[in-house]
Design a protein around this ligand. Structure first.
Ligand SMILES: NC(=O)c1ccc[n+]([C@@H]2O[C@H](COP(=O)([O-])OP(=O)(O)OC[C@H]3O[C@@H](n4cnc5c(N)ncnc54)[C@H](O)[C@@H]3O)[C@@H](O)[C@H]2O)c1
Length: 364
């Protein structure tokens, strides 16, 4: 099992460890009991993960003589709202949860984000631990302490920063994940290579086949490397005031197209085309070498995603969604663009004509 420390400014948050390994649930139980003692543990999970992995964890904790309960809610982004959060809180009150309790967020990013939010608010905050079960959550959402629920007006509009006490990544969970969900996470992994580490990008080019077959050594390498990159960025910019924005690479256009498709398009497909759009804009406006663009587009394709915008989605719809982006600054949308692989920067605004042309190219 590998351990990666997230070192944070102790005036703001506690530092914590990310533990990564394969088939490590027994050890996770022991470490939680030893290093994170609590009067009561409450597993928060969704309706898919509960049967697949929740019952097992609950039995393990109980088997160690720990007081443990499990609360589940219906799986999916549609559940990531304040009424689900209140439903969980009501169940916690019934169980008798207090500030000596610890929440265990077992699931994907939806479970992690909602559990983190409750942990930051319930009785003015209690500890929580992330046990991510999707690739997306293992490489991204479980690290960094961003918590949120969605509002009808947009995603993640109600949230806090609240760091977990620890993150436990068991790669065995990925064996039950669907291909579409695996691809969602893979896009974040590719993003890390593009924005931060040209050597890692090359590794992905060489080993994409083995990664897609979910061979454990390849998975270990990509998850561990991604966690290191994410934690490095969070350490420098915990509160998303500067550098952390580079993590948004491919997401500005991706989110706009995803929303314009009324969420019929998968998040992975949306981020894939968002990254392709960002590299094409970078080539036009900032001299990204054509060779880098070709390599990025080829890698995304080899991961099974097209990088295209479905013809059924109009450009007007995408552009109007872009203008609603919550990360915009006044009327300017800041795009994360690229000078070369491993060298991103925040651009001060892309002319609408360029946006229009690039997206038209990607519509098939
Ligand atoms: N906090 C952050 O920094 C951050 C970063 C990125 C994304 N996010 C958030 O994360 C969410 C997306 O996360 P996600 O992609 O994990 O989605 P998700 O949590 O909805 O999980 C996707 C699906 O996979 C199922 N699932 C989870 N683990 C499984 C397993 N091991 N086997 C089989 N099925 C499994 C879930 O039940 C769900 O149906 C979004 O709400 C996004 O806003 C947060």
């Amino acid at each position: 099992m590998k351990k990666i420390k997230v070192n944070l400014d102790k005036k703001v948050s506690n530092s914590y460890e990310i533990c990564v390994g394969y088939d490590i649930m027994d050890r996770i139980g022991l470490i939680i009991a030893k290093n994170h003692p609590a009067f009561r543990y409450i597993i928060v999970t969704d309706s898919n993960v509960s049967a697949l992995h929740g019952e097992g964890l609950l039995e393990k904790l109980k088997g160690m003589g720990l007081k443990a309960d499990m609360i589940e809610f219906p799986a999916g982004e549609a559940s990531k709202n304040i009424s689900t959060a209140l439903g969980i809180v009501e169940k916690m009150l019934k169980i008798g949860a207090d500030r000596k309790s610890t929440l265990l967020a077992l699931g994907g990013g939806v479970v992690g984000d909602i559990t983190g939010l409750i942990a930051s608010l319930y009785m003015r905050s209690l500890p929580y631990i992330q046990i991510p079960t999707t690739l997306m959550a293992q490489v991204d959402s479980s690290i960094g302490g961003k918590t949120a629920v969605d509002l009808p007006e947009g995603k993640n509009l109600l949230g806090t920063f609240h760091q977990p006490r620890g993150v436990f990544v068991d790669l065995k969970f990925l064996e039950t994940l669907s291909e579409a969900e695996f691809n969602n996470g893979l896009m974040e992994v590719i993003k890390y290579g593009i924005i931060e580490d040209a050597g890692f990008f090359h590794f992905l080019e060489e080993h994409m086949d083995r990664i897609r077959k979910r061979q454990s050594d390849a998975l270990e390498r990509i998850v561990e490397n991604s966690c290191r990159i994410k934690k490095g960025i969070v350490e420098i910019d915990e509160k998303d005031e500067g550098l952390r924005r580079v993590l948004n690479f491919g997401h500005t256009i991706g989110h706009a197209v995803e929303a314009a498709s009324e969420y019929r398009m998968s998040h992975g497909e949306a981020v894939a085309l968002g990254m392709v759009a960002a590299v094409r804009i970078s080539e036009r406006l900032h001299d990204l070498p054509a060779e880098d663009r070709v390599r990025i587009e080829r890698l995304i394709k080899s991961a099974g995603l097209s990088g295209h915008i479905p013809k059924t989605i109009t450009l007007e719809k995408i552009l109007s969604r872009l203008k609603m982006d919550k990360k915009k600054d006044g009327s300017t949308i800041h795009f994360v663009l690229l000078r070369k692989i491993g060298m991103p920067f925040i651009n001060g605004g892309v002319p609408e004509m360029v946006l229009h042309d690039v997206m038209e190219e990607l519509r098939r």
